[in-house]
Design a protein around this ligand. Sequence first.
Ligand code: SF4
Length: 446
Amino acid sequence: MKHKNHRAAYNKILAKQSANSFFDELHRPLNKSTGFKEADQCLYCYDAPCIQACPTSIDIPTFIHQIKTANVMGAAHTILKENIMGGTCARACPTEVLCEQACVLNDDAGKPVKIGLLQRFAVDHLMAKDASHPFKRAAQTGRTIAVIGAGPAGLSFAHRTAVLGHDIHIYESRDKAGGLNEYGLAAYKMVDDFAAKEVEFILDIGGIDIFYGTSLEQDLSLNDLQEKYDAIFIGIGLGGTNDLGLDGEAMSGITDAIDFIEDLRQTDDLSSLELGQNIIVIGGGNTAIDAAVQAKKLGSPNVALVYRRGESQMGATAFEVELARKNGIAVHLWSKPITLHGKNSIAAITFEHTTIKNGKLTGTGEAYILDCDMLLKAIGQKLDGTNLQGLATKDGKLVISENYQTSNKKIFAGGDCVLSGEDLTVQAVEDGKQAAIAMDIWLRDN
Ligand code: SF4
């Protein structure tokens, strides 16, 4: 009864609020005074390790120096020419394990330059100005390229190929562009509809048309697209999610964490969302943390995060795990779900402790039960049943060459759907950029 009253009271606060208006931003942006002061910390290192640590190789010391000398528009240009989604990456990148971890000021137990916040300071400054797009298109080549998916990889690819003078048709299955930036990142990282504003900014280059509501799975065929276009880029991300493989997984109250975040990001009325009193999130990546923290902020009294290995093996950074703990989330490590309890709805979960034996993760035989009326699965994603018409895959992802070509030379791919390294927005942006450069070279000979 106590929980019901609490929920009813909280729903009044949530009513008619969207995630855009409800969540406070995780990191407060720098202002003019703090921005210039922070830029002053940078040593402008020769052979700067922060550049090596950035997947998009942004010239970090140069853009910080430009801020320091009050050339903030120039700083934004330096960032965006390497990473057209510099605004999102400044908000959502795990800088604590990328550029800021590499910053030399960490030596001597100091604090790194706040590179992410400075990047945001510069890019937001440019986007707030009612100026023309910062890049110009080369003379039109007469070539038209199809892009499947308007997520970070597809948009980054499209922007770079548009700059190089090609025309782009993007086919997007949903009714908005932005991919995970729009649908899958925690709302407290992407307030004020930033993902949509960034898409608008990217499209401002010209030469890019987006056709919404068309998917490779249902409406398009790669064979038809090959007839119609000079080349194709696939940036479809990972639409499917992994299952636990346990009996009862179809019970109500069990859902994918990524769907929970999507509903939350897209609703205009947070009080309409289903929210459990005992929520368990299974997984150890950033999606698990994003879902758990938002569930707690939305008013669920008990939120637990359960991961099958230890903290150092989690995909989420130490900062993210700490964020979860600070928000009152119980973090259970070395535990795997073995039984889902409930008739029609999930009611509890039995977990077994785990350990590493002979190099393999294995159950110890010790078990414990946690009450649960809502289970959010965040145990990784996979390619969905998309019609890839024979393109080579490995471990459930597309195989590409070092030139981003799939097993069909006319079809390039990048982002989460390909077999490569990190599944980070910044890596998808880099993939899109590099694939565009590689395709441009290939098109000149074909
Ligand atoms: S490593 Fe740190 S101090 Fe050196 S250039 Fe990069 S941000 Fe500046």
